[in-house]
Design a protein around this ligand. Structure first.
Ligand code: ADP
Ligand code: MG
Length: 239
């Protein structure tokens, strides 16, 4: 579903990603962990071209990602959920979810609304359709953000530390939604510090440090028998 070959990214003179290679198969859940500033967000942002790579090749669902005509096609197929929910503050929950399907997919209002209501039900928020984002808790806003991403029927969902901005009591409700998506076969790339999620749901874990994928393993192998010294050091700090 995703193939990243020799991806590099520079900001000015500073190289923040070095020769990143990565494959994600359909229905796979890949978890990316690593220290702050290591390039995790930049990898995700390159995957949907929020950042333009400096080198390398990214293929998503058979489409090579490059400047030009296919960019909108890629953006439709790759949904993204951010740390800070990024809901449109002046629109209701329902309108937030309906917007892109109507504008980008050409859905009618009725179609978009029916789909939005079904998705709100799926994330447990069907009674919040007419609320404004600032009337919701952080956990509820993040679940709306997930519903909004799903409204485009993406092939892949990218999550960038989706629970890092949440109060602890709201983390579970968001992880539970993500777990159910994984069980239903959604292809997901998840940057997170939630090691419980990585162990339970991840098919593979990647450790990124200083813009390099240093280690890649099954969760079991990764957490019980890390190979790289920097992985060991990182795990010893967070576990
Ligand atoms: P992470 O998500 O792992 O914390 P990031 O991908 O956000 O790391 O950042 C990786 C590196 O790239 C950091 O050194 C960061 O300061 C730098 N960086 C990220 N975005 C930009 C940008 N738009 N301009 C300049 N430097 C950036
Ligand atoms: Mg980040």
């Amino acid at each position: 579903m995703i193939k990243v070959e020799h991806l590099s990214k520079k900001f000015g003179d500073v190289t923040v990603l070095h020769d990143v290679n990565l494959e994600v198969k359909e229905k796979e859940v890949v978890v990316i962990i690593g220290p702050s500033g290591s390039g995790k967000s930049t990898i995700l942002r390159c995957l949907n071209h929020l950042e333009v790579p400096s080198g390398g090749k990214i293929t998503i669902d058979g489409i090579v990602l490059e400047e030009g005509a296919n960019l909108n096609a890629i953006r439709r197929e790759v949904g993204m959920v951010f740390q800070r929910f990024n809901l449109f503050p002046n629109m209701s929950v329902l309108e937030n979810i309906m917007l892109a399907p109507m504008q980008v997919r050409g859905k009618t209002k009725e179609e978009a609304k029916a789909k939005a209501m079904a998705l709100l039900k799926r994330v447990g928020l069907e009674n919040k359709a007419d609320s404004m984002p600032d009337e919701l808790s952080g956990g509820q806003q993040q679940r709306v953000a997930i519903a909004r991403a799903l409204a485009m029927n993406p092939q892949v969902l990218l999550f960038d530390e989706p629970t890092s901005a949440l109060d602890p009591e709201m983390v579970k409700e968001v992880l539970d939604v993500m777990k159910s998506l994984a069980r239903e076969g959604m292809t997901m790339v998840v940057v997170t510090h939630e090691m419980g999620f990585a162990k339970e749901v991840g098919d593979r874990v990647l450790f990124v440090d200083k813009g390099v994928i240093l280690e890649e393993a099954s969760p079991e192998e990764f957490f019980t028998n890390p190979k790289n010294q920097r992985t060991k050091d990182f795990l010893s700090k967070i576990l």
